[in-house]
Design a protein around this ligand. Structure first.
Ligand code: BDP
Length: 599
């Protein structure tokens, strides 16, 4: 799926700003038929929840409405005109005037509404977007709505981060030519000192395709004719972690000498491969340092913000992180593009978090119902999950920073039914993208003995909390148990292990000379303990601390104003642990250098 861009043949209008806003009321059944009144306005992009002080808006379950007037540029007559919604969390409906023009399920991937036949170049139209935050057993992520005795509806879900909703990413109006490029796929490889770029250009109607590849100085280094082909770049500069280099593929569509469409795509030439217990980028062993993150900030919730984007990447570099996981949903495409340009490696995760009813049983790991069954998560959930994977791969397949797909966070991979559920999703992902390894984040209830799906994946990403949820306050036992478990996974599967989550909550300023959970000192001692273990187990090929920053959660007795496992506070101040990580990752540089394979 191509991101809307301004080119010689395409134009783009950004629709961010203040939109009229209202929560859905049963008494007003068709709010898109008229101008929303009430005087409430909401910022786009932003989650709507924390913008207002009214708990009826924050805790509303169901549809909300955003509306604004849009003027179509007068030069667009004859083009196709589309509205692109970068994200409507978790379901969206787009109306041009009174007409429904698009519906979409899934809160973190973009979708288009074609409004060509409903609008006129030079004139205005009323654009209304409905957004629903409801999660059910057939949505990704899943959840359920409960109705209290007094009729209040509330949303339950199986993950801790707050269920922010709304138009958290940009909305665009854009034009494309009638005969146009509809998609581009590139796959890169390395051949000695040369790089190769296999390209495939899809078009709306058959027409002549020409492509050129330019280096960063703008010089043409390769060119080709036809919708598919291979470009060869002698002495290619590779895209490397920490040293990004992007070529630009210019695809053009011609009718004789008449240019019909043109679209530029940034291309990083690099390879990714799993060999034994190593993860190789450009043939070199790569050790992941970094975090599981969240899109989360005060007031905006999950709203994309370029200032936080720049600052977060500054902090990643400061602390010596070379990578992050998009826990627990695909992030804004601007984030992935930034990673492409700045050489940060990304593990790209779907929004499938909470496919696990075992968590309802607390630490026992036994839920009241099986997770995978027709009544709980069955064929329809799996179909929604498959659609998510299709949309994620369609959006992110050309990004060099994305080195691996993570299909789910902490599914009940130890339960019967997990294999039947996941096997087709693994095959689907491999057929959509045969080039990238795949992984899933393994919940603590799934051990190397009882897990039912680990052999299907290339890399095993372990979420482990020895010293926090287990062995709390007893780091000596935690150290023994963590090492025993890592060695068990390494010996049974012989695959690379990434510690995808390990972390301890810490309240900034709370200090102790003893191992007292919730202190900054304990968070430091906890991380040091984990690092000693990782350095003893060769199959560990990466460490992603949980979490980059403190983040908002659903209310609950286990949380003090949010999840405090951040190494940075929610407003991005370092806790003491940040300095320790910086010493390990940046100043000492020990794990960042390649290590030998074997378990
Ligand atoms: C893990 C989840 C993560 C939570 C974390 C925690 O994957 O989303 O935030 O636990 O409890 O199980 O801090």
């Amino acid at each position: 799926m191509l991101k809307p861009r301004i080119t010689a043949t395409r134009e783009l209008v950004n629709l961010d700003g203040l939109w009229r806003f209202a929560v859905d009321k049963p008494a007003v059944p068709q709010p898109w038929h008229a101008l929303l009144d009430g005087g409430t306005e909401a910022a786009v992009p932003s989650s709507y929840n924390d913008l207002f002080v009214d708990p009826e808006i924050r805790d509303h379950v169901g549809w909300v409405w955003y509306q604004r007037t849009v003027r179509v540029p007068r030069g667009w007559a004859g083009d196709r005109i589309l509205v692109r919604v970068d994200a409507a969390t978790h379901a969206g409906r787009v109306y041009a005037g009174n007409t429904l023009v698009a519906e979409h399920q899934g809160g973190y991937t973009p979708f288009d509404a074609d409004v060509t036949d409903l609008v006129v170049a030079g004139e205005e139209f009323r654009l209304t977007i409905g957004v629903s935050n409801e999660l059910t057993n057939v949505t990704i992520p899943p959840g359920s709505v409960t109705v209290a005795q007094d009729g209040r509806r509330s949303q339950k879900y199986l993950h801790d981060f707050y269920n922010y909703a709304g138009l958290a990413r940009s909305v665009w109006l854009y034009s494309v030519p009638r005969t146009r490029i509809t998609d581009i796929t590139v796959v890169t490889d390395v051949d000695g000192t040369a790089g190769t770029v296999d390209y495939s250009v899809e078009t709306s109607t058959a027409a002549e395709v020409r492509v050129r590849l330019r280096d960063e100085a703008g010089a043409v280094v390769a060119a080709g004719d036809g919708a598919n082909g291979r470009l060869r770049v002698e002495n290619a500069v590779l895209w490397q972690p920490g040293a990004a280099y992007l070529y630009r593929l210019e695809a053009e569509l011609f009718d004789g000498d008449v240019l019909l469409d043109s679209y530029p795509l940034d291309v990083g030439i690099r390879t990714v491969e799993v060999r034994g217990t190593q993860f190789l980028i450009n043939g070199e062993p790569f050790y992941f340092t970094g975090f599981g993150k969240h899109e989360d900030s005060p007031v905006r919730g999950k709203g994309h913000d370029d200032a936080y984007l720049v600052h977060d990447f500054q902090l990643l570099r400061w602390v010596g992180a070379n990578s992050f996981r998009t826990s627990h949903y695909p992030y804004a495409e601007e984030v992935i593009e930034f990673a492409d340009r700045h050489g940060i490696v990304v593990v790209d995760e779907t929004a499938a978090v909470g496919l696990n009813l075992a968590v309802t049983g607390g630490l026992s790991g036994v839920g009241t119902k099986p997770t995978f069954s027709p009544e709980t998560f069955g064929d329809q959930t799996q179909a929604a999950h498959a659609q998510h994977i299709r949309e994620l791969v369609a959006r992110d397949k050309n990004h060099p920073s994305v080195v691996m797909w993570c299909l789910a966070n902490e599914p009940a991979s130890h339960e019967d039914g997990a294999r039947k559920y996941f096997e087709p999703l693994v095959s689907l992902t491999r057929s959509l993208d045969p080039t990238r390894p795949i992984t899933y984040s393994v919940v603590m209830f799934a051990t190397f003995r009882n897990d039912k799906i680990a052999d299907l994946f290339d890399v095993l990403s372990l979420n482990r909390y020895y010293g926090w949820y287990l062995d709390n306050g007893d780091l000596a036992s935690a150290e023994r148990n963590l090492e025993k478990e890592l060695r068990g996974w390494a010996e049974r599967f012989g695959k690379p292990l990434i510690m995808a989550e390990y972390g301890a909550d810490a309240m900034p300023g709370l200090r102790s000379v003893w191992d007292i959970p919730w202190t900054e000192d304990y968070q430091q001692a906890f991380l040091a303990m984990c690092h000693r273990v990782f350095d003893r187990v060769d199959a560990v090929t990466g460490e992603h601390v949980w979490n980059f920053a403190d983040f908002a959660t659903a209310p609950g007795i286990h949380r003090v104003d949010g999840n405090r496992k951040g190494v940075f506070t929610r407003d991005r101040k370092p806790k003491s642990a940040a300095h320790d990580l910086r010493t390990r990752w940046k100043l000492a540089r020990r794990p960042a250098s390649p290590r030998s394979s074997g378990s």
